[in-house]
Design a protein around this ligand. Structure first.
Ligand code: IPE
Ligand code: IPE
Ligand code: MG
Length: 237
């Protein structure tokens, strides 16, 4: 890449929506207010991502480890998801394709039905794909893929020697979604916390101390600009 020349846009951006609790605490409010404010930021950033030409964006909304939180916090987050999902209809009007990744079996029937509905109604849209990671864990995803492949081997559909990276990829929740190029984590933490661990093998990272509810359109633009200024080598020279 020549000096002063920016590289291509990231095709797939991942966002770890972190810092809601601290945002609320700083204001002397219960944590659930931070989650509510974070949901507003989510809607704003989805729209802006689409406006600046991002094709795939995945938001980490609830991890397989987040069930460890106090019951009332988990319940308020789940209630918020139901609201989020009703509001996703606005994105349908904007021709955004909606997908969910994670283990749905632990979610309520209502939530599962709403998820299915959004996916079905939006399956043919292609302006942008919005992916929500709910009860998602990278290790859980890989474990699930291994189980599916083991069943295929047991049934005699696949020989163990045929197992390759493409086959594993095709059994992940993200099958058919390109690898993530850029992962943004606000809140000051610098870790993946079990997010897209297979898909991020060659991702670039952008960390900022801003708490998720305060994350702005400008912050998204900044992350993309920093990404475009980097030189990805994928092991080459
Ligand atoms: C992220 O914000 C939201 C979820 C994990 C559901 P946090 O709730 O983790 O906020 P902090 O990290 O405690 O500030
Ligand atoms: C990661 O945030 C999960 C989501 C944002 C959904 P956490 O707040 O759960 O991560 P840790 O506990 O700080 O690693
Ligand atoms: Mg956190």
């Amino acid at each position: 890449m020549a000096k002063n020349e920016l590289g291509p846009m990231p095709v797939h951006v991942g966002v770890i929506m972190d810092g809601n609790g601290r945002w609320a605490k700083k204001r002397g409010l219960p944590r659930k207010f931070g989650h509510r404010e974070g949901a507003k930021t989510f809607r704003k950033i989805v729209r802006h991502a689409k406006a600046i030409g991002i094709k795939y964006i995945t938001f980490y909304a609830f991890s397989t480890e987040n069930w460890k939180r106090p019951d009332d916090e988990v319940q308020s987050i789940m209630k918020l998801f139901e609201k989020y999902l009703d509001e996703l209809d606005d994105f349908l009007k904007e021709h955004v394709r909606i997908r969910f990744i994670g283990d749905r079996s632990m979610l309520t029937e209502t939530l599962q039905a709403k998820m299915k509905r959004s996916e079905e109604l939006s399956k043919d849209y292609d302006l942008m794909t919005l992916i929500l990671a709910i009860n998602y864990g990278g290790r859980d995803e890989i474990t699930n893929a291994v189980k599916l492949i083991a069943e295929d081997v047991k049934a005699g559909n696949i020989e163990p020697s045929e197992i390759d990276e493409n086959l594993i990829q095709s059994r992940l929740y993200t099958a058919e979604i390109p690898d993530v190029d850029l992962i943004i984590r606000p809140s000051g933490e610098q870790r993946l916390s079990n997010f897209l661990i297979w898909q991020s093998a060659y991702a670039e990272y952008y960390f900022t101390d801003i708490l998720w509810p305060d994350f702005s359109k400008k912050d998204l633009e900044k992350a993309v600009e920093v990404y475009r200024d980097r030189h990805r080598r994928f092991g080459g020279v």
